[in-house]
Ligand binder design. Structure first.
Ligand SMILES: *Cc1c(COP(=O)(O)O)cnc(C)c1O
Length: 405
């Protein structure tokens, strides 16, 4: 039985795994204590849950539990990492490197720092959305203190060469932050072998609750220091004051544990479903293009542009499927995708791009339905498109002289 609309927007958020919910419920009910209360069992059992979650989070990324700082999610983790490191190392230099396909939760803190006198390089990406290690190395300056490069892109799924860039950062003494919100739990993320100093994670992108996440902060080789954004009770070793969201933290920990144990299964599942959609689309439709990198890509990401259809009409035609479009992607603002633009995707293709985000709970029936619906809608819209007719008849559109009346 299909449930409508079919949810294929797992990069925007994921449903909570029932096992995660079960791990959270006691901390809303009988185990409601404050993890900072040292004098009674209510506090102790909350602290026990937090400490178990710290271990589960650390295990997923090959870190030490002491290196996990709980936050409200990746927007906060990114702000804390970028502003906190900039503040702490500003005497050493004022140059920061990032890329122009980053999430707004990285771009906006960088803009904030520019207004304070920092100098930010926004690296361009190639057609597949990637920054190369060589290109990164060329951008490094003697006064570079921080680099922030996302692990995997939330719109097109492209994965950057993180380990190579981490190595350059180590050699050049640059603090390396990565927004790993989309990658963590989906593909192997290892802060040791990849030379990562700061890493942002959000629970709700990995089958955990909304409003919970963490920032990994390296303690050895080098010991990374960040200035806090909140002043208060000195929780999380002074880096993030505020009473911990104990149910959220317990859920985040459980979500990390499940992702670690089931990563290869989840990955194979997402790849199989993506292949079904990919094969159907590319066998049955012409004039479509895959956005993002064919190999260096998140398993659950499938982002396609359909030429010779109108974006709005296409979205209307597939409203039984919950997806995102490049014309108003992911953010609360209604601007066309800055990611697709940075990749050099043309204005028309941006507006007809659809992001299918496949997750743990999607089924073969669902993606088959989504493929059928999309193919049907694209065909129907093209039947009404004079441009498509002309192209099919072999007219070179570039050679057509358009006149207005
Ligand atoms: C979702 C997302 C964020 C924001 O995370 P929240 O926990 O929702 O604040 C940041 N970066 C990327 C890449 C994301 O996908």
């Amino acid at each position: 039985m299909l449930k409508f609309p079919i949810y294929l927007d797992n990069h925007a958020t994921t449903p909570v795994d029932p096992r995660v919910l079960d791990a959270m419920l006691p901390y809303f009910k009988e185990k409601f204590g404050n993890a900072a209360s040292r004098n009674h069992p209510y506090g102790w059992e909350a602290e026990e849950a937090v400490s178990m979650a710290r271990e589960q989070c650390a295990n997923l990324i090959h870190a030490d539990p002491k290196e996990i700082v709980f936050t409200s999610g990746s927007t906060e983790s990114n702000n804390l990492a970028i502003k906190g490191a900039a503040e702490m190392y500003k005497e050493k230099g004022k140059h920061i490197i990032t890329a122009n396909t980053e999430h707004k939760a990285v771009l906006d803190p960088c803009k904030h720092l520019e207004a304070l006198g920092f100098d930010v390089t926004y690296l361009p990406v190639d057609k597949m959305g990637r920054v190369s290690a060589e290109q990164f190395a060329e951008a490094v300056r003697p006064d570079t203190i921080l680099a922030s490069l996302m692990f995997a892109n939330n719109e097109v799924g492209t994965i950057h060469p993180i380990a190579e860039i981490g190595k350059i950062c180590k050699e050049k003494n640059i603090i390396f932050h990565t927004d790993a919100t989309q990658a963590t739990g989906k593909v192997p993320v290892d802060v040791q072998s990849m030379g990562i100093d700061l890493l942002s994670v959000s629970a709700h992108k990995m089958y955990g609750p909304k409003g919970a996440g963490f920032l990994y902060v390296r303690r050895k080789g080098p010991r990374v220091r960040i200035a806090p954004i909140f002043d208060g009770g000195g929780h999380e070793r002074g880096m993030r004051s505020g009473t911990l969201n104990v149910p959220g933290v317990a859920g985040l920990g459980k979500a990390c544990e499940i992702c670690k144990n089931e990563m290869s299964k989840d990955r194979a599942h997402a790849l199989a479903l993506r292949k079904i959609m990919h094969d159907r689309f590319f066998n049955e439709l012409d004039f479509i293009s895959l956005n993002g990198h064919p190999e260096h890509r998140l398993p659950g990401n499938f982002n396609v542009s359909f030429a010779y259809v109108e974006g709005e009409a296409l979205m209307m035609g597939i409203k039984e499927i919950a997806v995102s479009s490049g014309s108003a992607c992911t953010s609360a603002s209604l601007e066309p995708s800055h990611v697709l633009r940075a990749m050099g995707v043309g204005e028309d293709a941006v507006h007809t791009s659809i992001r299918y985000g496949i997750g743990r709970f999607n089924t073969v029936e669902e993606v088959t339905y989504a493929a059928n619906k999309t193919i049907e809608a694209v065909r129907r819209l093209r039947e009404m498109s004079p441009l498509y007719e002309m192209v099919k008849d072999g007219v070179d559109l570039a050679s057509v002289k358009w006149t207005s009346h």
